[in-house]
Every structure is written in structure tokens, then in C-alpha cells.
Write a protein that binds this ligand. Structure first.
Ligand code: HEM
Length: 327
């Protein structure tokens, strides 16, 4: 009897210990130092070798990372293909996300070095950071140890990823749901200093804001006229790309905030940073401060974003291919 009780006690201790280990597993810098010492270098070497042929991928990858983290946390769910349900990839905000092959190519190199060790979620997070650094943007720390999710669901993306049409309250709610605050909203929106948008994303603001063939009064009318004349020439233009920070879309500078205060931010969501006194004053403080200050704050918010609802320990899995859950 005493021996049985002993076994039972041992069993309970083991169960509790494993629960504690799972829930307390955390991201850490250099998580793969022993299990796959070359992992981070494989990612950065690949990025450094290839990003100069396609520098616009840096913007695409940081956006992909953001879209990943806002849906089920940073668990690589955005990378998964459709199964019996439509995956996140097919949700409207992700239809303009590029770079899936790029991540898959890095994954296959990492798999060749250390099979089944490094998650796609970590590879995406590292590649996003490395590509921004390689194109002259800020560096931020990427603690690793994320594991890959098993589920990817279109409707969750549609619900959780901020849209360009969102008003301030909706943006605040979506960021809060992800554990991010108004400071993060302002700082991370600064990523719109690089990259491009499709004309179709702003055609409502240019051509038919309230259904009366009108412009959005929150958009600088001179700027709107210019866009209509030279860039987005028709309401049906689905293909033309426009810079979000004209003239400096490759430079990770304060240009986006300059655009916003001039009421030239492209999206309603950009314009909403001015309607709230807290975010409005944050934008102005950023413009009065230095580029170095913006980069430092951006680094803090990016690291925070990269921690959203991560799976660690024994949660999820380490996928063999980023587009497929393991069979
Ligand atoms: C605040 C809410 C946000 C909204 C509503 C939003 C929306 C959008 C939209 C609609 C586009 C253009 C899509 C197109 O027409 O091709 C875009 C592009 C982009 N977004 Fe955001 N975004 C937000 C926040 C962020 C954040 C937090 C990041 C990264 C930290 C980010 C990074 C980017 C980048 C780099 C691009 C350019 C992509 C490219 O050139 O391929 N955005 N965003």
C-alpha cells in the first residue's frame, strides 16, 4: 500500500512538473545555441545573400510577421496552406502579402542542417528582423523558442488583423486584444515608412468615400488630386502600386509620421492616429525626436509583438515544411 502511494505521489509530481515546464517555457535569446547552433546564421546569411536582389521583400516580411502574430500569436499559422478549411493565407489582408517561398527556402536550409528543431515561427521572426536590418533599418532582439501552430483559419485573420478602413476604436481594440497598447500602435504603424500599397486599397478614399463619389475629407485634398491624376487613375485600378512614404519608401525613417501629420497617410487607419489625443501627441513627439529614438522604440515594440501568444515547450510542433502541419 505504502509503495502504491509512493508511486502515485511520484506520478503526481511528474505531471505537475511537466505542466509547470510547459507553462513556464519561455522565449530566450539563442534558444538554438545547443540544438542547432547555425540556425540563426543560416537565416541571416540567406537574407543577406538574397535581399539585395529583392529589397522590397523586407517590407513584405515584416508585414507577414505582423499578420502572423495577430492571429493565434506568432506561431507561423500565416504560412500554412489550406486544408479542409480555408487558411489565413487566403484572407483578404494576406492576399497582398508576399515572401512565402522565401521563408520556405530558408526553412529547407535549416532543416538540412538540423531536422525537426527550428520552428517556422522563429524563422519568420528572424527573417523579418534580418531583412529590415539588411536594408538599413533598425535592429531588434529576437528571442527564440517559438513553436508552430497546428491551425490556420481564414475567418480569424479577417477578424483580428487591422484593416485599412478601421477607425480608432477598432484599431485600439485589435491591438489591445494582441496585448499591445497605443504606444505600440503608433510606433509599429511607423513600418509604413517602407513599402507599397495597392491603389485599390484607397480607392474608396479617393473616389467614393460615402457613396456619393466623394473624397475622404480626412485626406489632404491636394494629395488626393495628385494621386488621382498621376497614380490611381481610376476607381477600378487593382494593380498599380503606390509608395506609402513617397520618395523614401526604402528608408526606415520618420517620413511616415510626416505624411500622417500632413493628412497624407494613405489609409483611414493611418489618419486615425490623429483623432485621439494620446496617439496624436505620440506622433508629434516622434517627429520632434531623433531617428535614433524612433528606431529604439520600434525595436522595443517589435520585440513585444514577437512575443504575442507564442507557443513554447511542448505546445504545437516543429513543422517540417512551413506550409504544412506534420502528418
Ligand atoms: C495599424 C494597423 C495596420 C493596418 C490597418 C495596416 C494595413 C496595411 C495595408 C492595407 C497595406 C497595403 C496592402 C496593399 O494594398 O498592398 C499595408 C502595407 C504594409 N504594412 Fe501595414 N497595416 C497596419 C500595421 C502595420 C504594422 C504593425 C506593420 C509592421 C510592424 C505593418 C507593415 C506594413 C508594411 C511594411 C507594408 C508594405 C508591404 C509591402 O510593401 O509589400 N503594417 N499595411
Amino acid at each position: 500500500m505504502a509503495r502504491k502511494l509512493g508511486y502515485l505521489r511520484f506520478f503526481i509530481v511528474c505531471v505537475i512538473a511537466s505542466i509547470v515546464a510547459t507553462t513556464h517555457a519561455q522565449l530566450q535569446l539563442g534558444f538554438y545555441a545547443k540544438s542547432c547552433p547555425k540556425a540563426e546564421k543560416i537565416v541571416s546569411d540567406f537574407v543577406n545573400e538574397h535581399i539585395h536582389n529583392a529589397p522590397s521583400l523586407a517590407a513584405a516580411l515584416i508585414r507577414m510577421h505582423f499578420h502572423d502574430c495577430f492571429v493565434r500569436g506568432c506561431d507561423g499559422s500565416v504560412l500554412l496552406n489550406n486544408t479542409n478549411q480555408q487558411a489565413e493565407k487566403n484572407a483578404p489582408p494576406n492576399l497582398t502579402v508576399r515572401g512565402f517561398d522565401f521563408i520556405e527556402r530558408i526553412k529547407s536550409l535549416v532543416e538540412a542542417a538540423c531536422p525537426g528543431v527550428v520552428s517556422c515561427a522563429d524563422i519568420l521572426t528572424l527573417a523579418a528582423r534580418d531583412s529590415i536590418v539588411a536594408t538599413g533599418g533598425p535592429f531588434w532582439q529576437v528571442p527564440t523558442g517559438r513553436r508552430d501552430g497546428l491551425v490556420s483559419n481564414l475567418s480569424e485573420s479577417t477578424r483580428n488583423i487591422p484593416t485599412p478602413f478601421d477607425n480608432f476604436t477598432t484599431l485600439q481594440t485589435k491591438f489591445n486584444n494582441a496585448g499591445l497598447d497605443l504606444n505600440d500602435l503608433v510606433i509599429l504603424s511607423g513600418a509604413h515608412t517602407i513599402g507599397v500599397s495597392h491603389c485599390s486599397t484607397i480607392s474608396n478614399r479617393l473616389y467614393n468615400f460615402t457613396g456619393k463619389l466623394d473624397e475622404d475629407p480626412a485626406l489632404d485634398s491636394e494629395y488626393a488630386q495628385n494621386l488621382k491624376k498621376f497614380k490611381c487613375k481610376s476607381i477600378n485600378d487593382n494593380t498599380t502600386l503606390i509608395e506609402m512614404d513617397p520618395g523614401s519608401r526604402k528608408t526606415f525613417d520618420l517620413g511616415y509620421y510626416n505624411q500622417v501629420v500632413k493628412r497624407r497617410g494613405l489609409f483611414t487607419s493611418d489618419s486615425q492616429l490623429l483623432v485621439n489625443s494620446v496617439t496624436n501627441s505620440l506622433v508629434n513627439q516622434l517627429l520632434q525626436g531623433s531617428l535614433r529614438n524612433f528606431h529604439a522604440q520600434f525595436a522595443i515594440s517589435m520585440e513585444k509583438m514577437g512575443r504575442i501568444n507564442v507557443k513554447t515547450g511542448t505546445q504545437g510542433e516543429i513543422r517540417k515544411q512551413c506550409a504544412l502541419v506534420n502528418s
